[in-house]
Write a protein that binds this ligand. Sequence first.
Ligand SMILES: Nc1ncnc2c1ncn2[C@@H]1O[C@H](COP(=O)(O)OP(=O)(O)OP(=O)(O)O)[C@@H](O)[C@H]1O
Length: 466
Amino acid sequence: MTQHDAHDRVEPDNDTGTIVAIRGGVVDVRFAKLVPAIRELLYVGKTALEVSGLEDKGIVRCMALGPVRGLGLGMSVRATGAPISVPVGDAVLGRMFNMFGEPIDRKPAPLTVERRAIHQAPPRLEDRVVRSKVLETGIKAIDLLSPIERGGKTGLFGGAGVGKTVLITELINNTVQQYKGVSLFCGIGERSREAEELYREMGEAGVLDNTVMLFGQMNEAPGVRFLIGKTALTMAEYFRDEQHRDVLLLIDNIFRFVQAGSEVSGLLGRMPSRVGYQPTLATELAELEERITSTRSAAITSIQAVYVPADDFTDPAAAHIFSHLSGSVVLSRKRASEGLYPAIDPLASSSVMLTPSVVGQRHYDIARGVRRTLAEYEELRDIIAMLGIEELSAADRATVARARRLERFLTQPFFTTAAFTGTEGRRVTTVETLEGCETILNQTHFERNESDYYMIGALSDLETVV
Ligand SMILES: Nc1ncnc2c1ncn2[C@@H]1O[C@H](COP(=O)(O)OP(=O)(O)OP(=O)(O)O)[C@@H](O)[C@H]1O
């Protein structure tokens, strides 16, 4: 819905309603004359409301998009005649915004003439395209096992504190500088401290000029966290459709969008369905995810961190998000607890890009070889724990030696963690990663200790280890 009958209004009083009920973040407003449309933006003083349902007798049910403290029955509400719209185009580059498209970087609002409503339909199916190209990240485990699709959607899945934010920040660091198009970072429902740090870091890295940052963090109203993704998409779509520029869209954390939807749904009095989620989960998610797509005009490549509640990958929110993605990088608590960072689970991570026709036969074979070796090692672990490594055959012992070196070789020092790990970050090309893994896979005897392979970049770094 973008058009509205605002023009029909003649008398200012037609635009004014009265609050008749307030329950938490839900406000009911009665309009005597013209009733606002669904998704219209209303104001009570400075507090914004969005119409989410039409009741009878001229009453609209609204979601508050700001603090409801201070609101009271009988207060007058002003209709704006339009949905929320945000600035788009070059004027937003290098800036940081909230869900309303208002600057939060202490600089004046961009001088832009163009604004767009945040609710838009996804491109038609026949206009969507798949390109099957890989975006190199310089992170060994990702480029090898779960190559990121240019123009596709990749999820970074993990429970609390396993390194999602660190990984997404590293991806920004490694890809934004090389990326020719525009980068958009959208923070949903995470800590606001992280937002400020990121803004500062990007400024220091000198990549702000082609970047837009948007935040609806955990301290904000559920309606804001629910809509911030749409603000980001609206800006991204403008670059894609009007300027034909490729967009890199990073979202931290898409689960918080689902969670905000569930809070809103609860406030609106809808019955929850499976495991307490909103009955509308699938539709809400599809409305957002289907807009994140590549068209003939240009590509949107998206990387989305996905919080997995209680490490349960069968959680309906995680499962629904998964169904929209072309690749998934799964972070494992076990690996994190062993200090094997990034804690990427090589067996659970996958990507549609990992086929011989896209990455080439050699890459495909090496990735399979690594997976097979690590899977065999997993099976041997129990025997080792019970009987000791001496009981294994020579061939199995060689597998264990290879697997443990591969595991360590797939760890990597990050630029973004250098300050607290004391190790300078390393970017590794896919060519180097493949060479390293191939060498380890083909070896039966190792002169170097497995610990030498830990937190290095390319295998050639071993020459500098004494
Ligand atoms: N690549 C890494 N190298 C070294 N340490 C790491 C790495 N990744 C994560 N850590 C450690 O794990 C901690 C948690 O990481 P992070 O904040 O990224 O987790 P998260 O999954 O985003 O957590 P949350 O769900 O709480 O947002 C970091 O503060 C750091 O100590």
